[in-house]
Design a protein around this ligand. Structure first.
Ligand code: NAD
Length: 369
């Protein structure tokens, strides 16, 4: 079988990495972002880094961007016709920018895409994925196509220092989920393993520091790198059932993406390992080892891995169940069948190491209720 490692963008990282935008001096640059990036002066710092560029800003992205946001963004740039789009923000702004770029290119433009993440989570700066919501049926769809992979990504630590603690831990648990799902995915390979293993090691070491020492810049920088590495990993390997169910539940019940992933992760590890398939177990044992779990007993190691993730969730005040999060049982009941069919149809579920049935997802939904 011939495998293709999807390309990775040019990566600029380190202090003052946004100065790499200087090369855009004579360009028409569209910036896709949200209102906070404007009010906090982050868009201004980009403009100052490319003083001779002509700039048009679309700042109406909201979390879990939908088709209307994409259409409005494309309309904003219709007359301006940018040569370059800069996606500035969390995964929501990055994904909206990718979809806007594709929409404009369908009308005949050829646009360079630069992704500048301001959260350390989605890894969207390094992926050919964009997650777009459809509010009519409350679903989130992962679009996967090579032409939305950013041409370059800029990882500038200054931009993440303002991330509030709750967002930092939700997005940090998203990184851990990406890396673990990449490592156990049916599409895992030597290249994705290398990225995933490093991302897991960095996250376990530095995410607690981000939580307990909010101004620890070293920890913020390393988490920013971990997020990008985890993106590179799953861009090559695919993800799994945590993401399949998180897109379904998060889209219908509006729970932050990283948070619902964190809630599902320990339950899906237990589900995947329940078959005692040695290939699956071996993959989780690798995760356990990287996370510092040292025992010769395979069953104990998997249990300790699950406990360690539960413990991180507890430290970060991430609820264990949907009712604890504030969702009513009636609401969960009402959406149950839609969640099951959306999770089964989600592209991420395809590369889960255990193939789930509707009954399996129903049971997992009960466990997380
Ligand atoms: P987000 O982009 O929705 O941002 C969450 C909140 O954090 C927003 O209110 C935003 O304004 C705020 N924020 C962002 N940067 C900040 C900063 N520096 N300081 C203060 N506040 C800041 O959250 P996210 O977790 O980064 O992204 C989640 C989205 O990404 C979801 O829609 C998810 O489905 C998607 N996603 C995409 C991929 C991919 O590969 N394309 C992968 C995973 C997740």
């Amino acid at each position: 079988m011939v495998c293709h490692l999807l390309s990775i963008p040019d990566i600029y990282f380190g202090e003052k990495a946004i100065h790499s935008l200087q090369r855009l001096d004579a360009c028409k640059v569209g910036i896709v972002t949200d209102a906070f990036m404007v009010s906090s002066g982050k868009t201004q710092s980009l403009i100052e880094a490319m003083p001779r560029a002509s700039v048009c800003i679309y700042a109406d992205v909201r979390p879990d961007p939908d088709v209307e946001i994409v259409k409005a963004g494309a309309a904003r740039f219709n007359d301006f016709k940018p040569d370059v789009i800069i996606a500035l923000g969390g995964g929501s702004s990055l994904d909206a920018a990718k979809a806007i770029k594709v929409t404009l290119e369908e009308m005949g433009s050829d646009i360079e895409l630069i992704a500048i993440p301001t959260t350390s989570g989605s890894g969207s700066e390094a992926t050919a994925y964009a997650v777009i919501s459809d509010p009519e049926n409350g679903r989130k769809y992962p679009l996967v196509t090579a032409n939305i992979l950013p041409d370059s990504a800029i990882l500038d630590p200054q931009l993440v220092l303002s991330v509030p603690r709750e967002v930092a831990t939700d997005t940090g648990m998203d990184v851990l989920t990406h890396a673990i799902e990449a490592l156990v995915s049916t599409g895992a390979n030597d290249f994705s393993d290398a990225f995933a293993e490093k991302a897991i090691a960095l996250t376990v070491k530095y995410l607690p520091d981000v939580f307990y020492q909010e101004k620890n810049i070293k920890a913020r920088i390393r988490m920013h790198h971990a997020a990008c590495l985890a993106g590179m990993a799953f861009n090559s390997s695919g993800l799994g059932l945590v993401h399949g169910m998180a897109h379904a539940i998060g889209g219908m019940l509006h729970i932050p993406h990283g948070r619902i992933n964190a809630m599902l992760l320990p339950k899906i590890i237990a589900y995947n390992c329940a078959t005692q398939n040695p290939v699956i177990t071996e993959r989780y044992l690798r995760c356990a080892k990287i996370m510092g779990i040292d025992t010769d007993n395979d069953r104990h190691a998997v249990c300790q891995l699950i406990d360690l993730i539960r413990d991180l969730n507890q430290q970060f005040a991430i609820p264990e169940t949907l009712t604890e999060y504030g969702i009513t049982r009636e609401n969960i009941c009402r959406l149950r069948q839609s969640v099951i069919s959306a999770a089964l149809a989600d592209a991420c579920t395809l590369s889960n190491p255990r193939t789930p049935t509707a009954q399996d997802i129903d049971r997992l939904l009960t466990e997380i209720s």
